[in-house]
Ligand binder design. Structure first.
Ligand code: ATP
Ligand code: MG
Length: 212
């Protein structure tokens, strides 16, 4: 049995068409079924439904052989025990620094000011600001980063942006791009050896689905 870890919402919705092109159909919709283990049209393949940020953990420990995870989540996880053989090109967005429209971020950086930055993405943020030599106090949040500058919690945020609509609605502007984000197929490193005969054809079918 091969187990694929997927998160509900965007990742599930955008992975389903790729699976379909690879000839695979999930037997239930996690939005309506409440089941956390879902069969597929393939007897030897099942899906486990987990939080987006838990996908790399399930795959790292071999509880899932494969998974689909955003590059953002993989940066934070660190990638231990994982192969990342395939960029699926789905759930595309950017990891950005954003600040209130009235805050001169570039000037604050030139002055060498110490900035308070709220984010869920501590690792990516630490690396970005260290590389730029910007002094920051990072404040860990779990959601609604856009609120932090408005409420006076932080000078800036690091968050995912796609259309920019949420930023605009909260009078924030993107001031730096940290990374382009899309979702990757991830594979447990040990499983790729022990279950190679089952996993390699599946990875190749996904590769074909992405190319199509
Ligand atoms: P939760 O909502 O359960 O706290 P989450 O916010 O990480 O978790 P999603 O919102 O489903 O879960 O995001 C899953 C992945 O989709 C992210 O890790 C990222 O790679 C990608 N993503 C997030 N926001 C966007 C966006 N606005 N546009 C495109 N892709 C996005
Ligand atoms: Mg979300």
């Amino acid at each position: 049995m091969i187990t694929l870890a997927l998160s509900k919402g965007r990742i599930f919705d955008e992975t389903v068409p790729l699976l379909a092109r690879a000839g695979i159909t999930p037997l239930e919709d996690p939005e309506t079924s409440r089941k956390l283990i879902i069969g597929t049209s393939e007897a030897g393949l099942r899906i486990v439904v987990v939080r987006a940020s838990d996908v790399p953990t399930y795959v790292q420990y071999g509880a899932a052989d494969l998974g689909v995870a955003g590059k953002d989540v993989l940066i934070e996880h660190g990638g231990n025990g994982l192969y990342q053989p395939l960029d699926l090109g789905i759930a595309r967005c950017r990891l950005c620094v954003a600040a209130p429209a009235g805050f001169d971020y570039a000037a604050a950086v030139r002055r060498g000011a110490r900035l308070r930055v709220a984010t869920k993405y501590l690792t990516a943020s630490r690396e970005h600001f260290a590389a730029k030599g910007v002094h920051v106090d990072l404040i860990k949040l779990y959601g609604s980063m856009e609120l932090a500058p408005l409420a006076g919690l932080a000078d800036a945020i690091v968050d995912l942006v796609s259309s920019g609509g949420t930023l605009r609605a909260n009078h924030l502007v993107e001031v730096e791009e940290i990374a382009k984000i899309s979702s990757r197929l991830i594979v447990n490193q040990a499983a790729l050896k022990t279950k190679r005969e089952e996993l390699m054809p599946l990875i190749e079918r996904m590769e074909g689905a992405v190319a199509a």
